[in-house]
Design a protein around this ligand. Sequence first.
Ligand SMILES: [Zn+2]
Length: 558
Amino acid sequence: MGNSMFNAICLGGAIAFGTALSAQDAAAQVKPAQTIRIAPADANPMLQRVASIFERQLRKRCDARFITEGDADFTLELAITPGPGRQGFEISNAPGGVRITGGDGLGLLYGVGKFLRSGRYDRGGFMPGAWRGIDAPEKEFRAIYFATHFHNFYHDAPVEEIEQYVEELALWGYNAVIVWFDMHHFNGFADPEAQKMVKRLRSILGAAKRVGMGVGLTLLANEGYANSPAELRITPPTQIKIRGMYGVELCPSKPGAKEVVLHNFEAVFGAFSDIGLDYLSIWPYDQGGCGCAKCRPWGCNGFLMMAQPVAELGKRMFPGIRIVLSTWLFDPVENEGEWEGLARAFEKRPEWVDYILADSHTTFPSYLLKNPAPGGLPLVNFPEISMWGMGPWGGYGANPLPQRFQALWDSAGCKLSGGFPYSEGIFEDINKAVYSQFYWRSGKKASETLREYASYEYSPDAADDVLRMIEILEKNHTRPSQDSGSQAAFDLAQKVDAGLTRQARTAWRWRILYLRALLDREHYARPDQKSDEARKALAELVEIYHAQNAEPPVRPPL
Ligand SMILES: [Zn+2]
């Protein structure tokens, strides 16, 4: 393949869309439905689960009642047949309502998500949307990564809340959840704290599996527990200011270290054997790596010495598991030859790797804009949707960054088979929606997703104002000295607030956006002090995030 192909800028929509035949049919109901019936009520567990997810979403949004006998104003038929294809769906008219057919369980869930988002809930009942047609995802890899640390939302929220959140992300098209059992927090696998974490991670991954999603673990190739053998530990890699390091990782060039790492991973993987892992994502850095002479350059040397046996262990324990080899923070400042070295090592496509992960805190790695992926392997990204430009992360409420992500996607999206955004909490819910739709259909603009999100979560009538408000919030995201209209954004927030239903107005997805506008306004009006109003807003964010015990990086700064 010539280089010119890799120099090409990705143009949204340049990739063929395939099977979608979206027909905007004007069959929308004029009168809101007060009673709803879901059919057929057969015992297929996946149909039952999707039906209950639909019911829960509707109950949260309007006062329509669900009935099982007699005539309903609206009937929803759910079915799973191979027709719409893998993870695809069809929404069509049916007697007394609508029929949603999934090509499989996930496809059905995506169809229900699309149907829910096209409806409206603000006219005293449920008004089904007019979208009819067939759709299926373009990118195969559409995961979300939950960081479960620092007592953030995923670490401390009641597990049921996280389980429901997993379902809600599936409605947007995500098809896998990935977590990290971060060893350095614990003194070995038997540490009661380690066992507590295993339990929580099992709940989260179990919830994902129940709705048909895949699950996976991330790990550092040379990860170690807090009490790892001191004589086997690493030599700190260079550039540690940008590459995090705990110092308890093990050096695979020291005799015996590899065996300790593999032994540790065998126990961790075993804790998920009944759930079944679908992905292992093996990381070089941040934290991790070793800077000793035998391991350098880590990314194409020591890292591979360790990553390959870890991958093979995973493949032995979970046949069919897919290995995602991360290149995070390869050659971050000066060229250490990691990218070129990996390309040389993978001249023949390696059998133990299925995907290459590439991304960074700021922009997509320039190496891949000019060169093919090592080994010709499919690429996935790891968008940083949580931490960029706001500290504490989510500390001032929602952090929508649609323009930033549109630009990043335009630069690299066409090279990708999907990806998994890095999430520290629920404050980046809008960013998750944006990426879910990039993966679903690469030409779909962030602004289109924003409109869909705002119509669904707030009200179709509020969408224009919400989009204008988000445009200002993004300009003020890093709190530059020049205010780009914080008062105007807050005015819009108040206008929208006044028009919402009770359900939408009090839902966390609106509160965190409203509070962000309020806190920006307070910041620019009184830069050096916290008003009572600001303090109240921060306290409410703490409640919403369950951040009472959160550490400073993820705790609203009360
Ligand atoms: Zn080493």
